[in-house]
Design a protein around this ligand. Structure first.
Ligand SMILES: C[S@@+](CC[C@H](N)C(=O)[O-])C[C@H]1O[C@@H](n2cnc3c(N)ncnc32)[C@H](O)[C@@H]1O
Ligand SMILES: Nc1nc2[nH]cc(C(=O)O)c2c(=O)[nH]1
Ligand code: SF4
Ligand SMILES: [Mg+2]
Length: 242
């Protein structure tokens, strides 16, 4: 059975994964609509704000799968489930459907909602939100996410860092999960408004923050951390669907 419908904002690719542990890998993105957070600097508000819900489509697993196969030419690759918060959607049947066809699945989530189907993923990216986002951190839900993932996926932490307080947050949260790899990325301080297909970007500003972040990590001898820019943002700016 295909199960319940999934609320989809956009499906795009193949492109390279621009962030974190899978950076550079050919990927098709399935971006779901709806989020339980409202980060001050969210770069995907078109998939978050309810004002845009008429641009989201309730899709069945076969409908989504037809689009993934069309985009990938039926050659299996990594499918990244992002959003909004994709953990809101019933994604278990989609993951099972794709895995039977040789595709692999990564999920990007803030870690606020834990699901049993996390155990079916290949990669679970937990991205707890730092102080600059304006959101509250709940360690327990993050623990629940790792517990539901179990021995299934590779689980990693990814932090957006804008300032010293965000950096301190990344340090202290990571210390509580010594078994997880840590990825740090500089924040983009000019994210696109939700109604923009494109929007000017301050690459120099982001690179300044990237330099500062590298200096900060080296000064602390935090050699377990990996520091990466959002590669797709450097290549294509704030363009949507890349
Ligand atoms: C749009 S979110 C969707 C998935 C999930 N809601 C989350 O936040 O992890 C995908 C990734 O983009 C990151 N992100 C969002 N806005 C950003 C910005 N302005 N600068 C850098 N990274 C950003 C998030 O932290 C997250 O790691
Ligand atoms: N190329 C590319 N890489 C990404 N990594 C995370 C993305 C996201 O918005 O979740 C994203 C995205 O939108 N595009
Ligand atoms: S949790 Fe993710 S999608 Fe939701 S508002 Fe924050 S960055 Fe955007
Ligand atoms: Mg993005």
């Amino acid at each position: 059975m295909s199960g319940d419908l999934i609320r989809v904002s956009e499906i795009f690719g193949p492109t390279i994964q621009g962030e974190g542990v899978l950076i550079g890998q050919p990927t098709v993105f399935v971006r779901t609509g709806g989020c339980d957070y409202r980060c001050s600097w969210c770069d995907s508000l078109h998939a978050v704000e309810s004002a845009y819900r008429d641009t989201w489509t309730a899709m069945s697993v076969p409908d989504i799968w037809a689009e993934v196969e069309r985009l990938s030419g039926k050659s299996p690759l990594m499918v990244s489930l992002s959003g909004g918060n994709p953990a809101i959607q019933p994604l278990g049947p989609l993951i099972e459907h794709g895995k039977r066809r040789g595709y692999r699945f990564a999920l990007e989530t803030q870690g606020s909602l834990a699901r049993d189907w996390f155990s079916s993923l290949d990669v679970l990216v937990l991205s707890p939100k730092p102080p600059s986002s304006g959101m509250e951190y709940d360690r327990q839900t993050l623990v629940d996410c790792t517990a539901r993932a179990g021995e299934g996926p590779r689980v990693v932490l990814k932090f957006v860092v804008f300032d010293e307080a965000d950096y301190a947050f990344a340090r202290s949260v990571s210390a509580g999960f010594p078994q997880l790899s840590v990825y740090l990325q500089p924040g983009n301080h000019t994210p696109p408004p939700p109604d923009a297909e494109d929007f000017p970007i301050d690459v120099e500003g982001i690179m300044g923050r990237m330099h500062w972040l590298i200096d900060r990590v080296m000064a602390d001898r935090w050699f377990a951390a990996t520091v990466l820019p959002q590669l797709h943002v450097l290549l294509w700016g704030n363009r949507r669907g890349v």
